[in-house]
Design a protein around this ligand. Structure first.
Ligand code: T3D
Length: 267
C-alpha cells in the first residue's frame, strides 16, 4: 500500500495496479496524491516482484490534472510558484515513469485533462476507453502545457497538431488519439480494464530485463544519431544475451514450448 487512499496500490500477478482515487474530483492531483503515486512508482522501481505497472483512474475520469481548489486565488496571498510545484511534484513522477525499466501500461478510463493527459501520454502503452478524451486544458486557465506535454505532443504529433491541441484546448477523443498515433488504441469502455489487465499481465510475464532495455532504447532513439543508437543496441544486446531469460527463450523455442521467464533484472 502507498499509505494514502488517494492512490490505491495492489500487486497482482507481478503487475502493480496503481489507481488514482479521488473520483469526486475526477482524480485531480493534490500534494498527498502526488506523494502516493510517487511511492507506488518507486516501489515498482525497487521491488523485483513488480514486473509491470498498470495505471488507471477510479470513477468516471482518469485524471483532471492539478486540483485547482488548491490554487484558489480568492484566498489571497502571493501567486503560487508553479515552477516549484512542477519541480517538486510533477517532474519527479514523469521521470519515474520514463526511467522505470519495466513496462507501464495506462488505461485511460475517462477524461484526461491538463497534467492528467500528459502523465498518461508518458506511459509506455496507452489504451483508452472509446468515450475518453484528452484535453490540454492549460490554455483555458492561462498556463502552458506541462508534465512533458509539449515534448510528447510535438514529438508524436508534430507541430501543427500539437499547437492546435495546446492553443485551443479542444478535447481529442480516444479514437482520434489512436488514429493520430498518440496512444496505442481505443477500446470499448466495457472492455478497457480486461484488455489492459491482460496486456499488463502478459508484459509482467515477459523477460523484464530485455523489455526494460527495449524501453530505454526506444526512448533514446529520438535524441541519438544512428551511430550512437547502434552502439547502444550493441551494449544492451550484450547484457540481454547474458540473461537467464534469453537462455530460456531460446531453449523454449528449440523445445517447441512456451518460455517461462523469471524476469531477473540482472543478467
Ligand atoms: O498548479 C501547478 O502545480 C502547476 C501544474 C498544473 C498542471 C495542470 O494540470 S493545470 C490544469 C488543471 N486542470 C484543468 O484545468 C481541468 C479542470 N477540469 C475541467 O476542465 C473539467 O472538469 C473536465 C473537462 C476535466 C471534466 O468536465 P466534466 O463536465 O466532465 O466534469 P466537471 O463537472 O467539470 O467535474 C466534476 C467534479 O470534479 C467537479 O466537482 P463538483 O463541482 O462536483 O464538486 C469539478 O469541480 C471537479 N474537478 C474537475 N477537475 C478539477 C476538479 N476539481 C479540482 N481541480 C480540477 N482540476
Amino acid at each position: 500500500m502507498t499509505g494514502s487512499e488517494t492512490v490505491l496500490a495492489e500487486l497482482r500477478d507481478s503487475v502493480l495496479h496503481l489507481t488514482l482515487n479521488r473520483p469526486d474530483k475526477l482524480n485531480a492531483f493534490t500534494e498527498e496524491m502526488h506523494l502516493a503515486l510517487r511511492a507506488g512508482l518507486e516501489r515498482a522501481r525497487d521491488e523485483d516482484t513488480v514486473r509491470a505497472v498498470l495505471l488507471t483512474g477510479a470513477g468516471r475520469g482518469f485524471c483532471a490534472g492539478q486540483d485547482l481548489g488548491d490554487r484558489d486565488p480568492r484566498r489571497g496571498g502571493p501567486p503560487p510558484d508553479l515552477g516549484r510545484t512542477l519541480e517538486t511534484f510533477y517532474n519527479p513522477t514523469l521521470r519515474l515513469i520514463r526511467d522505470l525499466e519495466k513496462p507501464v501500461v495506462c488505461a485511460v478510463n475517462g477524461v484526461a485533462a491538463g497534467a492528467g493527459a500528459n502523465i498518461a501520454l508518458a506511459c509506455d502503452i496507452v489504451l483508452a476507453a472509446r468515450s475518453a478524451k484528452f484535453i490540454q486544458s492549460f490554455a483555458r486557465i492561462g498556463l502552458v502545457p506541462d508534465a512533458g506535454g509539449t515534448w510528447s505532443l510535438a514529438r508524436i504529433l508534430g507541430e501543427p497538431r500539437a499547437k492546435a491541441l495546446a492553443l485551443t484546448a479542444e478535447p481529442l477523443m480516444a479514437e482520434t488519439a489512436a488514429d493520430w498515433g498518440l496512444i496505442w488504441k481505443a477500446v470499448e469502455d466495457t472492455a478497457l480494464m480486461t484488455e489492459a489487465e491482460t496486456l499488463a499481465r502478459s508484459l509482467a510475464a515477459g523477460p523484464t530485463l530485455g523489455l526494460g532495455m527495449t524501453k530505454r532504447l526506444i526512448q533514446a532513439a529520438a535524441g541519438n544519431s544512428l551511430e550512437a543508437q547502434l552502439d547502444l543496441e550493441r551494449d544492451c544486446q550484450q547484457i540481454a544475451g547474458r540473461s537467464a531469460d534469453y537462455a530460456e527463450g531460446v531453449t523454449a523455442f528449440l523445445e517447441k514450448r512456451k518460455p517461462v521467464f523469471r524476469g531477473e533484472r540482472e543478467p
